[in-house]
Ligand binder design. Structure first.
Ligand code: MF3
Ligand code: CO
Length: 260
């Protein structure tokens, strides 16, 4: 099902988006050398519950994971790229950390992910990967507007990633979002312009380019959730939730500092 949101639900999506973005920025600031992934999960829980929002993850039991996720945020380090299940790992200088968070407020969800390097060292390969996913995300957003098609977004994202030298995995990508976190349409991270569903005002999409340094292949960790690069190479991921408007796209997951 593809959901088109009216003004009331769109207002709730804006609230959810601002909250997600503010929590992610807060967690980025607090995450340093010596922080445990379980600290980050606990901080996320405190902020979600404190804001009166609902976690989209804690009870989530999709076909691609093992049982309910049981945590409040995905924490993916280095070769882990998606659905990183928090565990008692202590962050070290130079770790590439991706945080992916989705919450609902008033029954409407927003989903966003950021990647950053922990500590003071800035490995150039990691900086380049993060930049590629951020530029691909910006290109996808620029291609999204009423009348454009899903394939235009996918093509814009995929062009940036492949020009940056990455092979693209098509098993996981962006998605519609609204009353639930994962909805149609699927937004692959590569595709053909002019193809697919035509965008309409009120459609919410989560766009999420992600890359792995030297492979398009994923392996699932023994925890049943965390997806890692098959070669053990580094990875990065960036995600925003956007709303299609009458004249373009509005990013809902920009930090506002209003919620914390
Ligand atoms: N928010 C993730 C996405 O970007 C989904 C995480 S599902 C979880 O689509 F269960 F792993 F949390
Ligand atoms: Co998502």
């Amino acid at each position: 099902m593809i959901e088109i949101l009216g003004p009331d639900k769109l207002a709730r999506a804006r609230d959810a988006g601002a909250l997600v973005a503010d929590i992610l920025q807060n967690l980025k600031t607090r995450s340093g050398v010596g922080t445990s992934l379980l600290d980050i999960d606990r901080w996320a829980k405190t902020m979600i519950v404190g804001a009166g929002a609902q976690s989209c993850y804690v009870d989530y039991e999709p076909s691609f994971g093992r049982g309910p996720f049981g945590h409040y945020i995905c924490t993916s380090v280095n070769d882990a790229v998606l659905h990183g299940l928090p565990y008692d790992y202590t962050l070290a200088d130079g770790d590439l950390l991706s945080l992916d968070l989705a919450v609902s407020t008033g029954g409407v969800a927003a989903d966003s992910a950021i990647s950053f390097i922990v500590g003071d060292s800035k490995p150039p390969e990691s900086v380049a990967m993060i930049s590629a996913t951020e530029r691909a995300l910006a290109a996808g957003i620029a291609a999204a507007g009423p009348g454009a098609r899903i394939g235009d977004i996918s093509h814009a994202i995929g062009s940036v990633l492949s020009e940056a030298g990455y092979q693209i995995n098509t098993e996981f990508g962006g998605h519609g979002i609204g009353s639930t976190m994962h909805q149609d349409p699927h937004v692959a991270n590569t595709g053909r312009p002019g193809r697919g569903y035509k965008l309409r005002p009120g459609l919410l999409l989560a766009l999420e380019p992600w890359v792995m340094a030297d492979t398009p292949e994923l392996v699932t960790d023994a925890d049943g959730w965390t997806l890692r690069s098959a070669t053990g190479c580094r990875t990065a991921h960036s995600e925003h939730t956007i709303a299609i408007t009458d004249d373009g796209a509005e990013i809902l997951t920009l930090p506002t500092h209003a919620h914390l």
